[in-house]
Design a protein around this ligand. Structure first.
Ligand code: ADP
Length: 422
């Protein structure tokens, strides 16, 4: 063989080895890649397993949480169809989850008022939330159980919002039978106690008046002073007992609403006339302005005059001597609005959300006027609301106060009851 041929053979063989080596290495790399991918896939499966386990664990915890709550929970979609109820809800309404899923909650658990009249779906908290998009609390009605029995319920319904859209409602509800019974017992106690207290208080009043009138012989100045103090304190007690009695009457729902066509301007003037002495003693200026041509309104004068009386008495009490009080009666669309304003001490910001609470008195009011029960506004609010109106105020510390309330122009709805206000 010639030398050059031998070289060729060596070169070609060398090339072949390089190609083989390249192919071998590429194969190895691919194998590695494949193994890596396999490993990653295995890892992925493991991770998914862990995730699933995590989710299952979380779900088990959520289920335990939902079912251990003392409150019933119902979740509905945006059409009011049940998606979920917890165990307490099952017990309260008597239906099992799988029997109600996909059904309208308002059909599953009908709501009735105390007379047994069914509440329309659109007036129920769960449906109103879908419309308003805000949480709603309601404790006025009763749920009807599967077996037809009822229980008073307190519900907080909140919207479920996703991507800016309301996609359903979560309602948390509980049976408030016990609270209602305690409330009722309290009201009955207050009613009974105040009723029983009125007789001896009236007797004291009569006898002190007789003493002061000299019916038992003339009194010396010291005796007159003592008897006058007894009369004043006794009157305070009479006022307190009367307020308590009126509140228990309103709360019991037994109050009679007897609307008659009434001239509100005349009514407020009569109330102001009864307060003439107090107004004069403090040298206050009182102005009354009534919209000319205001029609007669069908209201219960006894109830509404109590509202004017309480608001005016407050303005008198909480306005320093020489101050000004103004009553305005006007018409706003379908309501008659009354406003009682004064330039008195005002209601400090931190006290404002409590003024309608029973027995609440703001510190500046207590300082200015020791006399007071903290019941006047509560009573006024109860009367206005039971007459279909609303009451609110604007005030600031030292900036005077304006209380406003409105009543429907159409008047109050008559109600047959058992008692009137004292
Ligand atoms: P009372 O006058 O017996 O304290 P109310 O229920 O009538 O009870 O009023 C509750 C509280 O609201 C008062 O104690 C006072 O702090 C505040 N308030 C009501 N009306 C006025 C007013 N016109 N000016 C200032 N504070 C007022």
């Amino acid at each position: 063989m010639a030398g050059s041929e031998l070289w060729w053979i060596v070169i070609l063989n060398g090339f072949g080895v390089v190609v083989m080596l390249f192919l071998y290495l590429r194969n190895q790399w691919s194998m590695n890649d494949l193994k890596k991918t396999e490993k990653m896939a295995e890892q992925g499966v493991e991770e998914t397993d862990v995730l699933l386990k995590d989710l299952e664990e979380k779900k088990a915890k959520d289920d335990a949480l939902l079912n251990s709550l003392g409150e019933g929970i119902v979740v509905t979609d945006q059409d009011g169809n049940v998606e979920l109820i917890n165990k307490t809800a099952e017990k309260l309404v008597g239906w099992k989850l799988d029997e109600v899923v996909g059904k309208k909650w308002f059909n599953v658990a009908p709501l009735v008022d105390n007379k047994g009249i069914q509440i329309l779906p659109e007036n129920r908290a769960t449906q109103r939330v879908l419309k308003l998009g805000q949480p709603i609390y309601s404790d006025k009605y009763n749920y009807v159980r599967r077996d037809g029995t009822r229980f008073p319920v307190a519900t907080t319904a909140s919207p479920v919002v996703f991507g800016g859209k309301i996609i359903g409602v979560i309602a948390v509800f509980r049976d408030v039978t016990h609270e209602k019974e305690v409330d009722q017992a309290k009201s009955e106690f207050v009613s009974l106690a105040s009723h029983q207290l009125r007789t001896p208080l009236s007797a004291i009043k009569w006898f002190v008046e007789m003493l002061l009138a000299g019916d038992a012989g003339p009194l010396n100045p010291e005796q007159t002073e003592f008897a006058t103090n007894i009369a004043v304190s006794n009157q305070r007690m009479v006022d307190l007992v009367t307020s308590l009695l009126n509140i228990s009457r309103i709360e019991s729902g037994r109050i009679i609403i007897n609307p008659v066509p009434t001239d509100l301007g005349k009514l407020v003037a009569e109330v102001a006339d009864g307060l003439k002495k107090k107004i004069g003693d403090k040298k206050l200026k009182l102005a009354i302005s009534v919209l000319p041509g205001l029609p007669l309104i069908n209201i219960d004068p006894k109830l509404v005059s109590q509202v004017y009386m309480n608001l005016l008495t407050n303005s008198i009490k909480y306005t320093p001597d020489g101050g000004e009080i103004m009553v305005t009666i006007s018409r706003k669309n379908e309501v008659v609005e009354s406003a009682v304003s004064d330039n008195g001490v005002g209601i400090p910001k931190e006290a404002q959300k409590r003024v309608f609470e029973k027995f609440f008195r703001a510190p500046n009011a207590v300082k200015m006027e020791t006399d007071g029960t903290g019941l006047g506004l509560y009573l006024a609010k109860s009367v206005v609301e039971s007459s279909g109106g609303k009451i609110w105020f604007e005030s600031g510390d030292g900036k005077g106060t304006t209380f406003k309330f409105d009543l429907p122009l159409s008047g109050m709805v008559p109600k047959e009851g058992e008692v009137t206000l004292s």
